[in-house]
Ligand binder design. Structure first.
Ligand code: PRP
Ligand code: URA
Length: 209
């Protein structure tokens, strides 16, 4: 079964409080999402493999460690996932970025895929699927399915806020996928919005509605 990691570092919790607040405007919301994505990238890369190298300091020749060059791919789910890409790239600048376009039909609540463009070597990359919200889990479940269909082998899912219902859907459909969250909330409301949540992530990021 995939593990669920709640990355509840104090800085992340602090910033998530401002992100949730309905008084937070678009500019600040965007900046905070960017910052939290960067902090989460710091935590999610904790297990990246290292290798030994030899360098010379001004004092002596010494052995040190550098990243072993594991290839990473970021896959934001459009549109709200875009808000987390730059923050993550600040820490993982060599990552390639693929895009999956999905929206949740407001009537049926089912995800509809409208776009996909991925790095050609996804089968050899550690992919991090990113989306601020994991609500019913339908969008992330389908996005991950799409990646697997195209050869992806190692996938993690990173979201700001999740509902328990969405977490269960991913655990059931994709037991090989670890989930990284900044917060695990209480439940979904009758419109499948996360409670307490932050509202509509795409609208708050891009100032629509
Ligand atoms: C939001 C969010 C997720 C999805 C989560 O996107 O960014 O992708 O809903 O809901 P689910 O877990 O129930 O599938 P939305 O469908 O509003 O599209 P948008 O990003 O284009 O606004
Ligand atoms: N999508 C959002 O943007 N917010 C929610 O609470 C649920 C789905």
């Amino acid at each position: 079964m995939g593990n669920v990691h709640v990355l509840d570092h104090p800085l992340i919790q602090h910033k998530i409080s401002f992100i949730r607040n309905k008084e937070t405007g678009t500019k600040e919301f965007r900046e905070l999402v960017d910052e939290v994505a960067m902090l989460m990238a710091f935590e999610i890369t904790r297990d990246l493999p290292l290798e030994e190298t030899t360098i010379e300091t001004p004092v002596i020749k010494t052995k040190t460690k550098v990243l072993a060059g594991k290839k990473i791919g970021l896959v934001p789910i459009l549109r709200a996932g875009l808000g987390m890409v730059d923050g993550m790239l600040k820490l993982i600048p060599a990552a390639k970025v693929g895009h999956v376009g999905l929206y949740r039909d407001p009537e049926t609540l089912q995800p509809v895929e409208y776009y996909i463009k991925l790095p050609s070597d996804i089968h050899e990359r550690e992919l991090i699927v990113i989306d601020p919200m994991l609500a019913t889990g339908g969008s992330a479940k389908d996005a991950i399915q799409s990646l697997k269909k195209r050869g992806a082998k190692n996938i993690r899912l990173m979201c700001l806020i999740a509902a328990p219902e969405g977490v269960e859907v991913i655990k059931e459909a994709h037991p090989d996928v670890d989930i990284y969250l900044a917060a695990l909330d209480e439940k979904l409301d009758d419109h499948a919005y996360i409670v307490p949540g932050l509202g509509d992530a795409g609208d708050r990021l891009f100032g629509t509605k």
